[in-house]
Design a protein around this ligand. Structure first.
Ligand SMILES: [Zn+2]
Length: 161
């Protein structure tokens, strides 16, 4: 993806109430291996996703819930389709824009919001289960479509139509 600046991120998230919003360090980001920029709030209770769509950077603020209790289960990231044998995903949810807080949507997504590294085999902690054999280009397209579909469901893209 193209490199983003802090100004891009502030624009992308300008309409959200971010509370203790935490901008990531951008100096050492390797943009060439990212499809979206994702980062986790230091508390672990929130995640942020920024992705350029049709020349506008769109930002998602997500509530993040990690399942610490119970038996470890197999979970697949709904964005990049990576399968974790136990922990690795988190439930990320967001309030649908314009719903006055009445509607939320959520998905199990890679808990560190590192789908781009997962599909390129650039990270293996925690390890992945059941690796896929489809070509990286198809994984990239599928990931970008999944993130934009989530943003569409969150009503973030209506001003682009
Ligand atoms: Zn993922």
């Amino acid at each position: 993806m193209e490199a983003l600046t802090h100004t891009d991120l502030q624009d992308a998230f300008k309409r959200k109430s971010l509370g203790e919003y935490h901008l990531p360090e951008l100096e050492h980001v390797d943009w060439g291996v990212l499809d979206y920029l994702g980062w986790i709030h230091p508390t672990g209770h929130a995640g942020y996703v920024a992705m350029p769509i049709q020349k506008q950077v769109k930002g998602l603020v997500l509530k993040r819930m990690v399942n610490h209790g119970g038996r470890p289960r197999t979970h697949m990231c709904s964005w990049c389709h990576h399968v974790y044998r136990s922990r690795g995903t988190a439930m990320f949810s967001t309030i649908v824009e314009g719903s006055d807080g009445r509607r939320t949507i959520g998905n199990y997504i890679c808990g560190n919001l590192d789908c781009s590294l997962r599909i390129r085999n650039l990270t293996s902690d925690p390890p992945t289960y059941l690796p896929e054999t489809i070509h990286i280009d198809r994984k990239i397209v599928r990931l970008r479509i999944a993130v934009s579909a989530f943003m569409t469901r969150a009503n973030l893209l209506s001003d682009l139509l």
